[in-house]
Design a protein around this ligand. Structure first.
Ligand code: GAL
Length: 363
């Protein structure tokens, strides 16, 4: 427990110092190699490849990468990490995976841009007897899978939205759904989980959009087009993550929609926590990344050493660790992301957010 909070404090500090941009200096194709503290693979440590999908969503460079590296190094000082970020480009990720295999990676930890296309990465890794951990997003044929319960994420987002609308006295009206990337298997699970609650809720889903690349800009453009289509009937916006929520909110504000309808989100990004305090966003989902990164590091090290990793369950026939997502609204910001040391009060309560923090009892 102490190790966990110390590690997170270090990460938070590094994030504040612009760790993401430092990491990006590594090389032009977003690939870097981090030797362990006492040696490198030549000295006997394993080479672990971490392949993340994008950098517009803040979690990857700010939390997943440093927490995964810290977990590997804590367990194996002489292991080496080959790190790549694909910037939402599936072809680039395929090359990064091939390059990791050429560099002698002993295991791939792959968060795929395109879940279906990643099956060929698994096949080529298997051809070289290299195991693959599917990180956060499922890949058919992977040796291990670590994620959150993604259908539950969608259900919680939608339930929170419906509950908020009903608490505000609304039982009917139009909703729009801004889903995630069509190539991300998680996005399909968020969407079906949300539909299982919204369909038959009394509210009408007037329009729905699968956001290419999870792009906040594309979400914003689409929402701008919907404002005149749904006219005054819009009562709520289901947005699958905080990036798309930010795009939707910018469009609604730009279109002069007042009051803003409740908008959902996911990832507990700092900007989203601030929007929740200001009343611009209704909720987000908190997925503690540290246990996810630690489970992936543990599984990767076991597989790299020819051992069978411990599992808590099987998902589609793949041994897995599946973690629980948590809903965050104004009232529990203090007991979730602040309590867990994800953000310091001083990071959240800046500028115009300061007064909202005081009102919400966050100090
Ligand atoms: C999902 C992931 C979310 C979010 C999104 C955008 O697969 O589970 O946490 O980051 O991708 O990249």
């Amino acid at each position: 427990m102490r190790a966990r909070s110390t590690r997170l404090a270090g990460i938070a500090l590094a994030a504040g110092l612009g760790l993401a941009s430092l990491a990006a200096c590594g090389s032009s194709d977003n690939t870097s190699t981090t030797p362990g503290s006492t040696g490198d693979a030549a000295a006997g440590g394993k080479k672990i490849a971490l392949l993340l999908p994008e950098s517009k969503t803040t979690r990857y460079e700010t939390f997943d990468k440093p927490l995964f590296e810290a977990a590997v190094k804590a367990a194996c000082a002489d292991c080496t990490i080959i790190y790549s970020n694909a910037d939402q480009n599936a072809a680039k990720q395929q090359q990064q995976a091939e390059s990791a295999l050429t560099q002698g990676a002993d295991v791939l930890v792959l968060d795929p841009v395109d879940g279906a296309a990643a099956a060929s990465v698994v096949a080529s890794a298997k051809g070289s007897s290299i195991p693959v951990v599917a990180y956060d997003r499922f890949i058919e044929g992977a040796d291990y899978y670590v994620s959150f319960d993604n259908a539950t994420v969608g259900k919680i987002q939608a339930t929170t939205l419906v509950d908020l609308l009903k608490a505000g006295g609304k039982t009917s009206g139009d909703l729009v759904m801004i889903n995630g990337s069509p190539t991300d298997p998680n996005a399909a699970d968020f969407k079906s989980g949300a539909h299982s609650v919204l369909d038959g809720s009394g509210f009408k889903i007037a329009a729905e959009y699968d956001t290419p690349d999870w792009s906040p800009d594309k979400a914003q453009q689409w929402m701008e087009g919907q404002i005149s289509a749904v006219k005054g009937n819009l009562v709520g916006v289901y947005a699958a993550n905080d990036g798309t929520a930010g795009g939707a909110i910018a469009a609604l504000k730009g279109g002069g929609v007042t009051p803003l309808p409740p908008v959902t989100g996911q990832d507990s990004e700092l900007a989203a926590i601030q929007r929740i305090l200001l009343g611009d966003q209704a909720m987000t989902i908190y997925k503690p990344i540290e246990p996810e990164a630690e489970a992936a590091a543990k599984a990767a090290l076991a597989l790299a050493n020819g051992q069978t990793p411990e599992k808590t369950t099987d998902f589609k026939g793949v041994p897995s660790t599946i973690l629980d997502p948590i809903a965050v609204v104004k009232d529990n910001i203090k007991d979730t992301v602040v309590k867990d040391g994800i953000y310091k009060v001083s990071d959240i309560c800046t500028g115009e957010v300061a007064a909202a923090c005081t009102e919400a009892g966050i100090s």
